[in-house]
Write a new protein. Structure first.
Length: 293
């Protein structure tokens, strides 16, 4: 029987890549028509090379990939993890990379700009702490719907379009992060599910889609956050016997600066649970499928 191989690419978007200036998107000034480069909002060190490695892998292994799933972080400016949502005690927006803890909201150090959301903010930050998750982090506005930052970064985008054309297939795109009241690192559930929005709750049908795979290759940005959260959600709801199907392509993913240890801790944790960690050059293409050197 032919091998069933799946590829999951987590948030391979422009805003997460350290795109060289000569490859950056451009913006046209509406008043004078001048052109300027658009710098990625939250570039991960090493991610451009990751994208090149991933594109080469898709080219090499494409005829043995039964499906490719791509998640897309999808935000608007008003979002619980963006500055616009919050004000400090002086009425100013918090700087990017500020961490907001439950006690900060409790003591009025930080509060939502919408006073009706104060109790929710208290409950939300408490839920994060109780679950042992990352504290709420304020990120630079990123992956805003309709902007170049939301697009799949060019090397990966080109490889995906080529794969669709060559094999008469369709990439399965999944959006996440569109609910402004919760963070959504993992592809299968938000950090704190929002009661009125079923898309923030654990999606077992999405997880079950991968149960019949022989190998599930994992990649994307960033290793320390969205990749780690997605893989853990998959492993925690997949059954221990299925974790051995997971293969992280290490040379296609990098951690957020300052969170390198989180990325390495995640790798060691998942290796102990049975996930394999390889480079794209370790994957061998045969007539019967894919194997690991």
């Amino acid at each position: 029987m032919k091998q069933n191989n799946q590829l999951i690419i987590i948030d391979p978007q422009y805003d997460f890549h350290n795109v060289p200036e000569n490859h950056q998107a451009i913006s046209v000034n509406k008043d004078n028509g001048s052109i300027s480069r658009i710098a990625p909002a939250l570039p991960v060190d090493g991610s451009w090379q990751d994208a090149l490695n991933l594109a080469a892998f898709i080219e090499k292994a494409g005829n043995q990939l039964n499906s490719i799933t791509v998640t897309l972080d999808s935000h608007q400016q008003y979002d619980i993890s963006h500055p616009l949502f919050w004000r400090d005690a002086n009425g100013k927006q918090p700087a990017p990379f500020t961490q907001i803890k439950h006690e900060d909201v409790l003591n009025g150090v930080m509060k939502p700009i919408d006073s009706k959301q104060v109790q929710y903010a208290l409950d939300y930050t408490k839920a994060l702490e109780d679950a042992g998750r990352y504290p709420l982090i304020i990120w630079p506005p990123h992956c805003l719907i309709g902007t170049p930052g939301h697009n799949v970064v060019q090397p990966v985008c080109s490889a995906l379009l080529d794969w669709e054309n060559r094999y008469i297939a369709r990439v399965n795109y999944m959006t996440k992060g569109h609910n402004p009241y919760t963070e959504h690192y993992g592809a299968f559930a938000a950090e704190v599910p929002y009661a009125a929005d079923p898309t923030t709750k654990l999606s077992r049908p999405m997880i079950e889609r991968f149960e019949q795979a022989d190998l599930i290759f994992l990649t994307g940005q960033a290793l320390s956050h969205c990749v780690a959260a997605t893989v853990r959600q998959l492993a925690d709801n997949f059954g221990n016997e299925n974790i051995k199907k997971l293969v992280l392509l290490r040379d296609t993913t990098s951690p957020v600066t300052g969170f390198e240890k989180n990325g390495e801790d995640f790798i060691e944790e998942m290796k102990a649970r049975g996930m394999r960690v390889v480079n794209t050059t370790d994957v061998i293409v045969t007539h019967n499928g894919l194997s690991i050197a």
